[in-house]
Write a protein that binds this ligand. Structure first.
Ligand SMILES: Nc1ncnc2c1ncn2[C@@H]1O[C@H](COP(=O)(O)OP(=O)(O)OP(=O)(O)O)[C@@H](O)[C@H]1O
Ligand SMILES: [Mg+2]
Length: 316
């Protein structure tokens, strides 16, 4: 039995006014099966449909068509059972401003019918670096701290399936590491983890398998290592202080002063360097590295670039 099963899930929203079609497909027949114990990454650019998929998984929105289940419980027909098996950290910061941190965790615990949970609540507070904030009102917490509490709230009933929608957005480096160590421990103890993040180095380090979504469709699905192996190989990277001539912009990924080229072999690297020398560019911090998940991600998104219109008619 899959931990999470999405079977041909589509979600149509009314189109923004002025568009040609009546409906807009935020999800287009997404099928994914995540096995118990997996650490699974769901990646995609803004608006790809990640949160929509998670909202449907959490039973907070209805799929237009398709089925979704958590450890065998259908999220529509068996909502309460499915919900109990799930711990969801939402992307949006939502919380009750009247509680302090410990009260919020206790209340959530009660909501799931879990009694005498203080030992686990203490462990959560400790693992999330919130012990000294236990009595602070939710209103008085910083953004990053609120996000930590959301993680605690999701885990308070010890769900076997943990879903994290950008849990590290706005979280400082130190806590990110503690948070990942904690989630990795839960995963080693058997919890299934579904993660969305825009920090691709986190996904690369943590996820055994990854799906990439673009405009509501699954455009890549494989183990992280297979995705990395299929990438173009190496990347030549350097920094420059001046403008890159147009001829050198072809195929380049430019981020501020940093220029990167995917390069399959030494010859390609030599060619780029020779062209840069001919153009009289002063190169700094030259580096040749293996392609990473960010390179793979950009390659996959580009390959599916001139996408068909994301809008479509749905009769469901
Ligand atoms: N309630 C809604 N009504 C209409 N359109 C919506 C609604 N919720 C989401 N959408 C649209 O569905 C698409 C997918 O949104 P979604 O929030 O799932 O993206 P995402 O992959 O989570 O993006 P991000 O990385 O920015 O969080 C977007 O085009 C969004 O505008
Ligand atoms: Mg989202």
């Amino acid at each position: 039995m899959s931990a999470i099963s999405f079977q041909s899930v589509s979600k149509a929203y009314p189109s923004p006014r002025g568009s040609q079609s009546d409906t807009f497909l935020a999800l287009d027949r997404v099928s994914l099966d995540i096995e118990p114990g997996e650490f699974f990454g769901l990646l995609g650019p803004n608006g790809a449909g990640k949160t929509t998929l998670i909202t449907i998984l959490a039973g907070l929105a209805r799929a237009t068509s398709g089925r979704v289940s958590v450890l065998g419980s259908d999220v529509q027909t068996d909502y309460a059972a499915a919900r109990r098996k799930l711990g969801v950290v939402p992307q949006e910061l939502v919380f009750d401003p009247f509680f302090n941190v410990r009260e919020a965790l206790r209340f959530q615990s009660g909501y799931f019918g879990v009694k005498h949970n203080d030992a686990w609540i203490d462990e959560l507070l400790e693992s999330l670096g919130l012990t000294d904030k236990a009595h602070v009102n939710m209103r008085a917490l910083s953004g990053g701290m609120k996000r930590r509490v959301l993680v605690g709230l999701a885990l308070v009933h010890k769900p076997p399936v943990i879903v994290l929608d950008e849990p590290t957005a706005g979280v400082d480096v130190e806590l990110r590491q503690t948070l990942w160590a904690f989630i990795a421990k839960l995963n080693q103890q058997g919890s299934t983890v579904l993660l969305t993040t825009h920090y691709l180095e986190e996904a690369e380090a943590l996820c055994g398998r990854i799906a990439m979504l673009k405009q509501g469709r699954v455009v890549a699905l494989d183990t992280t290592s297979a995705l990395l192996k299929a990438a173009s190989g190496n990347v030549l990277q350097f920094k420059i202080d001046s403008e890159l001539p147009p001829s050198l912009k072809v195929g380049a990924r430019i981020t501020g002063r940093v220029v990167q080229y995917p390069a399959t072999d030494a010859l390609a690297i030599e060619r780029y360097l020779a062209a840069a020398r001919e153009a009289g560019l002063m190169l700094q911090d030259i580096e040749i590295r293996r392609a990473d998940l960010e390179d793979v991600f950009l390659e996959v998104m580009k390959r599916h670039a001139p996408a068909e219109s994301p809008t479509a008619e749905v009769n469901a």
